[in-house]
Structures are given as C-alpha cells and as structure tokens.
Design a protein around this ligand. Sequence first.
Ligand code: NDP
Length: 237
Amino acid sequence: MPNFSGKRIMVIGGSRGIGAAIVKAYAAEGGDVLFTYAGSREAAEALAKSTGARAIHSDAAVRDSLVAAVRDAGPIDIFVYNAGLLVAGDPLTLDPDAIDRMIDVNIRGAYHASVEAARAMPDGGRILIIGSVNGDRMPFAGLAGYAMTKSALQGMARGLARDFGARGITVNVIQPGPTDTDMNPANGPLADQMHSVMAIREHGTSEDVASLTLYLSGPAARGITGAMHTIDGGFGA
Ligand code: NDP
C-alpha cells in the first residue's frame, strides 16, 4: 500500500460499512483523514476516536451543507464520495420522495461535492466515487432507481476526468458487487439470489473495496482516469 503521510483525505459518508473501512485504511497509512456522516453520530464518533480521523456532520442530500463541508476542509489531495442510499421495490408503488432523496445523495451530492473538491485540489489529486456493478448490470427487479444512480456516476467520472486531467487529477469510479455491510448483509434474505449470479459465490468485504481505493489513490495509478473499476466476485461477468 502507498503511504499517505502528508495527504489530506476526505471521505463523504464514512461512518459505517465501506466508507468506514476506507477511513480506517487511509488513517492506517498515515493520512490526515476527514469524513462526513449524516445519521450515525455514535459510529462516527467511535471511528474518529479509534483512527484519529475527524468526523463532520453533513447530510449529503443538502447541497449547501455538503459543499460547505468540502470547502471548509481546505485543499484536499484525495477525495472519496462513498455516501449512498439503496431504495428498492416496485417502481409503481415506491415513494417518489424516497427515490428523489436517493438521487440527491447518490448523484447530485457526488457531482457537487466532487466539483467543489476539485476547486482547491492540488495538481495530481484523486477523486474516487463509489458506484456499483449495478451501474453496468441489473439482473433483478426492484432496483431500477438505484441502478440509474450508479450508471449516472459513470458519465460524470468520464466527463470530470476530461475537465481536470490537465492538472493531473484522476477521476475514477469503484464499482463493488455484493459487499457485507448494513446495506447488504452477507446473511440477508437476498444473499442467495445475489450469489447465484456470481463467479465467486460470496459477498466481498469492505476492506477489499478499501484496498482498491487506496491503490487508485497512490502514485502508481497516476495514468488511470475516467475509468470504472469493478470489484464484484464476477457478478457482472
Ligand atoms: P451502508 O448503508 O452500510 O453505509 C452507508 C454510508 O453512507 C454510511 O456511512 C452513511 O452514513 C453514509 N450516508 C448515507 N446517506 C448519507 C447522507 N445523506 N449524508 C452523508 N452520509 C450518508 O452502505 P455500504 O457501506 O454498503 O455502501 C457504501 C457505498 O457503496 C454506497 O454508495 C453503496 O451504494 C455502494 N455499494 C454497496 C454495495 C454493497 O453490497 N454493500 C454494492 C455496491 C455498491 P450515516 O449512517 O451516518 O448516515
């Protein structure tokens, strides 16, 4: 793993799951880490205490609060947008407000926060967005809205890679498959269905996703940009 001493790193949505694993991994490699949370204050405070990272309360669905949190962080070397919601069900009966909140967190927040992070980012910086293999493949009913949000991130990353490439800033999407978290527990009711379409029939871990994130943040990845990096046990194969 690269060492991140002297690097300021911000993770949007870092209190639990994949985001928390990413916070821990950067902190373990010497990074100066800030992360945001919305609902999980206790988890965020515990993570801050155990890692030395700084926890900031900011709802990623509220643009002004999110942009202010990013701006107030000062120049960020590595920016990770992990916050995400999953709203599943019959599109004919799902609450449209829940779908709109998911769009706010998964797409609008990712765009506005990434642009704000790039504003003061030093040359050679990194922007990493946690998308999903569902941006490429959606083999189950009930997840059209979620898949839509994750596909949108692909176009965003390709475009921002062009916008910021002259400064040596890379923009990439990491696309996990089923990963054992509160959002998608390895022993949840849909686990068998998910495993049935995978080459490696088990959930991945948040630490797996964090490892890929750190690799893409390091100096060896300076030529990787505008790309999707799938880590899904063959879900999309
Ligand atoms: P969890 O539900 O376990 O954790 C979600 C994290 O996002 C929490 O830290 C939560 O913070 C934060 N978050 C959610 N909404 C907001 C918000 N409005 N403002 C700030 N933070 C917010 O999910 P995962 O760890 O599983 O998922 C992380 C990312 O990975 C998501 O983008 C998800 O779509 C993606 N992903 C997950 C997969 C999986 O199988 N687990 C597969 C593919 C992609 P808080 O609790 O403090 O609000």
